[in-house]
Design a protein around this ligand. Structure first.
Ligand SMILES: [Zn+2]
Length: 370
């Protein structure tokens, strides 16, 4: 599977300056190319190259490869339409290919004005693992004073084993995940931490001072790290369970999960949808690596349908945790019922399958710079 892996460069003040200069010059060149392209109505990459490659090489310190990159960036930007002139941010991203950026051991070597530079980088264990399969281009991105690289890795996966049954997994707030084998991954302690943090956040936000903002940022970072760690443990257990029982994994499609979160807006919503997305992504990634099929099912009425007889009614759901079927009397924990509905939808109702994978579920980094 193709994944985008993100690392943060460890960089000295001096090297930072040199990378910034490279970026600035690169984008300046892009703006220059864009202006000429627009003025002379020359938009094809080949034609722009013919017209501008040598003049640019003569006037700027950029390497040949980066000039080619700049031309290609501009040509791409005009593909949608040619009605408006394109402008590029001073610190917009640079896409490097393997000729001007190489990954080796725990270092990355990047071409910059004034010569190539080597950097170490920070990333998690999973990213390190993925980087062994790095392939192709890498985007250099400047964000909040730091440099990041986003790169494509083609991680090998085992051939999915055909299965007839699926472990249904219901994602929730009180219980982070519940599977159709009745295992509940409780989130009660996490919820209380979150609520405490939310309260603190509201307080800090009303203050609005700089130090309050900084503290706020720190807290939310810490909280995400915490949620990520919990999600890592839960996803690992879910994938192990599916493996042990030789079944696939079924999840609701993300949009469904979102609509079921009763708090719609604000921080609370953002946090939960982020955490759901992260957990679903981790399950997807770990399962695919092990050759376990993951499918997404139609999320409609999973909380109201009886997993025993199929009767669907709003009043079947008695409370947050209790499901009791009005038709057959089957009574069970509401999340377990939902997980079983998801499981049977995956197995029986294949046309309901939304797709083998959802782009939403890929652990893509947010905010790739333009
Ligand atoms: Zn029933």
């Amino acid at each position: 599977m193709k994944l985008t892996t993100q690392v943060k460069l460890i960089i000295s003040r001096e090297d930072k300056q040199s990378l910034l200069e490279t970026m600035e010059q690169f984008n300046e060149v892009c703006n220059g190319i864009s202006k000429s392209a627009f003025e002379y109505k020359v938009f094809r990459q080949y034609d722009i190259h013919q017209m501008l490659y040598h003049p640019i090489r003569d006037c700027f310190d950029l390497s040949a490869q980066l000039v080619v990159r700049a031309i290609s960036k501009v040509a791409d930007s005009y593909k949608l339409d040619i009605k408006k002139i394109r402008k590029f941010r001073e610190h917009g991203a640079i896409t490097y290919d393997s000729r001007i950026l190489t990954w080796k051991d725990e270092e990355v070597s990047i071409w910059a004005i004034g010569g190539r530079k080597k950097f170490s980088y920070l990333c998690g264990e999973r990213q390190k693992e993925q980087l062994k399969f790095q392939k192709g281009e890498s985007d250099l991105i400047y964000k909040n004073g730091d440099f990041f690289l986003y790169t494509t890795c083609e991680v090998p996966e085992k051939e999915p084993v055909p299965v007839e049954q699926y472990l249904g997994v219901d994602l929730g707030i009180t219980n982070i995940a519940t599977d159709s084998l009745e295992k509940i991954y409780s989130g009660s302690h996490i919820s209380s931490v979150r609520i405490r943090n939310l309260k603190l956040r509201a307080k800090l936000q009303s203050k609005g001072t700089k130090s309050a903002k900084n503290l706020l940022k720190k807290r939310s970072k810490k909280e995400r790290r915490f949620a990520k760690d919990i999600n890592h443990q839960i996803s690992k257990k879910i994938v192990e369970t599916a493996q042990r029982h030789s079944v696939g994994i079924a999840l609701e499609n993300l949009k469904g999960i979102r609509s079921r979160v009763t708090v719609r807006k604000g921080l609370r919503y953002q946090l939960h949808s982020w955490a759901f997305n992260d957990l679903a992504g981790k399950i997807w990634y770990k399962a695919r690596k092990e050759g376990i099929e993951v499918i997404l099912v139609d999320p409609r009425y999973t909380s109201q349908e009886c997993s025993s007889c199929g009767h669907t009614k709003k009043s079947n759901r008695k409370s947050q945790s209790l499901f009791s079927c009005q038709s057959c009397g089957y009574t069970v924990h509401a999340d377990i019922n939902a997980a079983c509905v998801i499981s049977s939808r995956a197995a029986v109702n294949r046309p309901n399958v939304v797709g083998e994978q959802s782009p939403n579920y890929k652990p893509l980094p947010l905010g790739r710079g333009g």
